[in-house]
Unconditional design. Structure first.
Length: 88
């Protein structure tokens, strides 16, 4: 249908055009948002641990100040009293 005929008839819109505007455009925007958020992980397998799977990576210990780590104190040399009184 030509534009002139639509203008004469009051500019009617078909059902298909209405569906494209009110369903197609929002679905397209949602699809773009989903791709922006999950796109990278959908393309490649993430390298992270999942519960129940075996751990296939070497152990890693995080120590922010390695020079502050010392050998554990002997059992009898503790002066802390502790307890609920707060005397440490």
């Amino acid at each position: 249908m030509s534009r002139r005929r639509r203008a004469k008839r009051g500019g009617s819109v078909t059902v298909v055009e209405t569906l494209l505007v009110f369903v197609g455009i929002p679905l397209g925007i949602i699809a773009l948002i989903v791709l922006a958020v999950y796109g990278k992980s959908l393309v490649r397998q993430p390298n992270r641990y999942r519960p129940g799977r075996p751990w296939n990576y070497p152990p890693t210990w995080y120590v922010p100040h390695p020079e502050a780590v010392s050998a554990p104190a002997e059992a009898g040399s503790t002066t802390a009293v502790g307890g609920a009184s707060g005397e440490w």
